[in-house]
Design a protein around this ligand. Sequence first.
Ligand code: CMP
Length: 143
Amino acid sequence: MERTFLMVKPDGVQRNLIGEIVSRFEKKGFQLVGAKLMQISQELAEQHYGEHKERPFFGELVDFITSGPVFAMVWEGENVIATARQMMGATNPKDAAPATIRGDFAATVGKNIIHGSDSPESAVREIGLFFKEEEVVEYSKLI
Ligand code: CMP
């Protein structure tokens, strides 16, 4: 079964959107198999966003993601990587369709509420960065 890494960013946590966001993925039919409220260190932020290191906004990105608690999650389900990206909406909220998370709740590209893995390779890498193996459960066997 496919897994993805999703994270409510500091702006989403501060705006009390954790419940709303978790609820959307639950209602869609995906399963939450890992979750934690955490403060990202400078080192983890730089690793997570390593591919953007040369971008002019890299410093701003790292400052923002370390500015307050985030809610890190692992979700499981069929095609969850691509479907979660659709549910999140375009990276820049000005292009995000209504009824997507960014379309409904975000206004700027820097503070765009949520991060989601963009490929199976990113999902494996990001889940590994944020979660220890024993922090991800396998309760689908119980259902
Ligand atoms: P995310 O999906 O977390 O991955 C990289 C992030 O970089 C992206 O969401 C945006 O929040 C952020 N980003 C992209 N472009 C810009 C920009 N021009 N200025 C600030 N942040 C940006």
